[in-house]
Design a protein around this ligand. Structure first.
Ligand code: NAD
Ligand code: DAU
Length: 349
């Protein structure tokens, strides 16, 4: 089978591309605009694979996307390309509206025309898979879990743009019968995670003796999933999921931010001991505007229907992640140079 993975040079997309090439026999076309978050170094392990090819393209470019899809003739299109960082969406939402909403519209429209042109047998197998987030459901209180029927209530420009995209996906399925699958996942972590996000930021700042910024009081809760577990779930969802359905994916690993950061510090204290604990670097800073208090996923549907559950716990996954960053300093040096420098000292005022 032939897969197009958009955003394949990003954090989750590259994990998915590596998974498809290592664990299956399929062909993969990785399509990515290579924004600040996209990096071909994430795909070094697979670049010589004869079943892999890369095309630099923007999902907002309808003509370009149409030419790529027509030429490659995919069985599956998995749309991961997006602007993904909540803080950036607060400080500059336009790019999020353009890529996450208009870009998804382009992908859907091209996928629809392509699917309608296919012979019956190939059309019956074709799937368009939109990769979304639990943030579309808004914020939970102390109790409860997000299910597939939880009402959408996005709070940030990022989550509102992802929610808009999900609504377009639903409409293209209901109105035009495009065979779609939607997945909504919780916070991922693991190798190749861009260091604007909490876990890699804390690991790298700690190793550089810099402060570890905790927004607000650190009581916010996220449900953490190791990225390779997500890649496996995405493959199952697109190949075995029911058309028109959505699946929640989560790690069953809720952590308060402050506890998570302390756990990273404890792992570093053990692996790279210094005179003082890394936790001395923790600094409470101004809160993120509209900061969602708690996310937690009920992943029972994907477990029941597709047999998926996470294989890593937060402690096994965090340890592997810290070890990966320690062993991959070249990657770190590459991504922390260039454009990323402009972001490093951002603060909410
Ligand atoms: P990322 O920021 O690491 O990667 C995004 C990739 O998309 C980059 O390679 C970038 O170059 C590419 N891209 C951006 N704009 C593009 C455009 N216009 N055309 C083509 N490519 C473009 O993001 P990620 O964390 O890997 O997230 C991937 C997807 O998964 C996103 O859709 C995100 O909303 C979703 N998601 C992320 C998480 C998470 O915890 N990171 C959780 C749930 C869902
Ligand atoms: O829930 C899924 C979402 O998880 C994805 O859709 C997003 O693409 C992904 O970026 C992630 O969003 P979060 O905002 O939850 O992740 P982030 O790593 O930015 O922040 C995690 C928590 O840590 C959040 O409560 C904010 C807090 N935080 C973050 C940073 C960067 C801090 O306290 N300090 C920081 O410096």
């Amino acid at each position: 089978m032939k897969f197009i993975v958009t955003g394949g040079a990003g954090f989750i997309g590259s994990a998915l591309v590596r998974y498809l090439l290592k664990e299956t026999e399929h062909e993969v076309l990785c399509l990515d605009a290579l924004t600040y978050a996209g990096n071909l170094a994430n795909l070094k392990e697979v670049e010589g694979n004869s079943r892999y090819r890369f095309v630099q393209a923007d999902i907002k470019d309808e003509t370009g996307i149409r030419a790529i899809v027509t030429d490659f003739q995919p069985d599956y299109i998995m749309n991961l390309a997006a602007e993904s960082h909540v803080d950036r969406s607060i400080l500059g939402p336009l790019e999020f509206i353009q890529t996450n909403i208009i870009g998804t519209y382009v992908m859907l429209q091209v996928a629809l025309e392509y699917w309608q042109s296919l012979p019956e047998e190939k059309a019956a197998k074709f799937r368009y898979h939109q990769i979304s987030t639990d943030e579309v459901f808004g914020s939970l209180g102390a109790e409860g879990l997000f299910t597939e029927t939880t009402r959408y209530k996005p709070n940030s420009p990022y989550s509102a743009s992802k929610a808009s995209a999900d609504h377009l996906v639903r409409a293209w399925n209901k109105t035009y019968q495009l065979p779609t699958i939607l997945t909504n996942c919780s916070n991922n972590y693991g190798p190749y995670h861009f260091p604007e996000k909490l876990i890699p930021l804390v690991i790298l700042n700690a190793l550089n003796g810099k402060s570890l910024p905790i927004y607000g009081d650190g009581s916010q809760v996220r449900d953490w999933l190791y990225v390779d577990d997500h890649a496996r779930a995405l493959y199952l969802a697109v190949t075995k999921g029911t058309v028109g359905e959505s699946y929640n994916i989560g790690g069953n690993a809720e952590q308060r931010n402050i506890d998570l950061v302390r756990q990273i510090c404890a792992t570093l204290d053990e692996l790279v001991p210094q005179a003082q604990s890394y936790s001395e670097l923790i600094t409470f800073v101004k809160d993120r505007p509209g900061h969602d208090q708690r996310y937690a996923i009920d992943a029972s549907k994907i477990k029941r229907e597709l047999g998926w559950e996470p294989s890593e716990t937060i402690s096994t996954g965090l340890r592997k992640t810290v070890q990966w960053y320690l062993a991959n300093q070249d990657w770190v040096t590459q991504v922390t140079s260039g454009e990323y420098r402009n972001w490093v000292d951002k603060q909410y005022s």
